[in-house]
Design a protein around this ligand. Structure first.
Ligand SMILES: C[S@@+](CC[C@H](N)C(=O)[O-])C[C@H]1O[C@@H](n2cnc3c(N)ncnc32)[C@H](O)[C@@H]1O
Length: 358
């Protein structure tokens, strides 16, 4: 597989490195300075709205908020150009079908994409995930930088797979909903040897890239273009239904439908586990998380945070639903919370629930 980063010109490399450094300094220097100014200049607000109002009056806020938005736009411009500059060879790579594929790619060109999915360029990525064959490559390269290079080699997704998904000897089918370009799906193959691993997504470009990468690695994965709310798979056929970073991208009613679909797909005793986000309980930090989402065109974070997801699981017939914080740097699932972190970070958390045996 072509790794675009191996081919970057000096100019492109400099841009990528600059944006990465800018994001790191925004997170580990500008955000803590904003937090210090907030703490030093008045009473700490007791609510997110109160903290938002106070934050917007701080002298550092214009810088902080401007850098947050601008770095994201610079990111897509840089990675978008890097991908388009190699568009012909990248498209060819997607078209190359291996002689004896180990997995499958099942696309559905007639699949209707929901309005809430097409109304926004999510993450401000021009054209979002679905509009062009190259969108998967753009998202893949952009995500390396958004994760501050901490997810190179899919370290972060492997941590999720290893610390948050159950040991299930003899598992026969595992489903990853909202699999994107397969970053969350590939670690499942090693975790559940012998099981059929299925990645599902609305967007064909990511699935095409996921399939090409899985074949290049020799991983037997089925990628299906479908809506995670109605996968078309059989009732009670899955040991684990999982997903990473997908539920916050849809309105509450759609989240309910995904959870109901997961409950339908699970075998008795099976596990549902989604890596998502939760509020931290610190009004100032949470105010910055709401703002981060809105500045990145992610309008449904608010819906996720306002929804009682453990209650949604119970409505769907799942038991023992609970959230556990997740530390993406080294420990993975971390029941004690995120710890004291100075830098801005996503409040990762895992939602787990079980399908009762009877
Ligand atoms: C932020 S990406 C995460 C991708 C991948 N799980 C990862 O961790 O890299 C969210 C993905 O969910 C997909 N998605 C959103 N809503 C969906 C739905 N209702 N059914 C299937 N996929 C969906 C999007 O197309 C996108 O690829």
């Amino acid at each position: 597989m072509i790794d675009i980063e191996d081919q970057l010109t000096l100019d492109e490399r400099s841009s990528v490195d600059f944006i990465l450094a800018l994001r790191k300094r925004w997170s580990d220097t500008v955000y803590p300075a904003l937090a210090e100014e907030y703490a030093a200049t008045g009473p700490l607000a007791g609510t997110v709205d109160g903290a938002t109002d106070r934050m917007r009056e701080l002298s550092l806020y214009p810088w902080y908020s401007h850098l947050e938005r601008v770095q994201q736009k610079m990111l897509w411009k840089t990675v978008g150009e890097a991908v388009v500059n190699r568009g012909d060879s990248l498209r060819e790579q997607l078209d190359e079908v291996p002689g004896a594929p180990k997995g499958r790619l099942v696309l559905d060109p007639g699949l209707e994409l929901p309005g809430w999915y097409t109304d926004y360029d999510i993450h401000i990525q021009p054209g979002s995930f679905y509009s062009d064959d190259l969108s998967g490559y753009v998202y893949e390269l952009g995500a390396r930088i958004v994760m501050l290079r901490d997810n190179d080699g899919y370290k972060f997704h492997r941590l999720f797979t290893e610390t948050a998904l159950p040991e299930t000897p003899g598992a026969t089918r595992i489903v990853d909903i909202g699999c994107g370009f397969g970053k969350s799906t590939r670690p499942l193959v090693g975790r559940y040897p012998g099981a059929e691993v299925i990645g599902i997504d609305l967007a064909a470009p990511g699935l095409r890239l996921a399939h090409a990468e899985a074949e290049a690695e020799g991983a037997a994965i089925t990628y299906l273009q479908a809506d995670g709310r109605a996968t078309g798979l059989e009732d009670g056929s899955c040991d684990v239904v999982t997903g990473t970073m997908v539920l916050h991208e849809m309105p509450t009613e759609a989240v309910r439908e995904i959870v109901a679909e997961a409950a339908r797909l699970l075998k008795p005793g099976g596990t549902m586990s989604f890596l998502e986000f939760q509020t931290t309980g610190d009004p100032f930090r949470d105010a910055t998380i709401y703002e981060h989402a809105e500045r990145n065109n992610e309008p449904f974070f608010r819906h996720l945070f306002a929804t009682d997801l453990t209650g949604v699981c119970a409505e769907a017939g799942l038991s023992d639903a609970h959230w556990t914080p997740f530390d993406e740097r080294r420990e993975g699932k971390r029941p004690d919370g995120w710890g004291d972190r100075r830098e801005w970070h996503f409040p990762w958390a895992v939602l787990t629930a079980a399908k009762p045996e009877k």
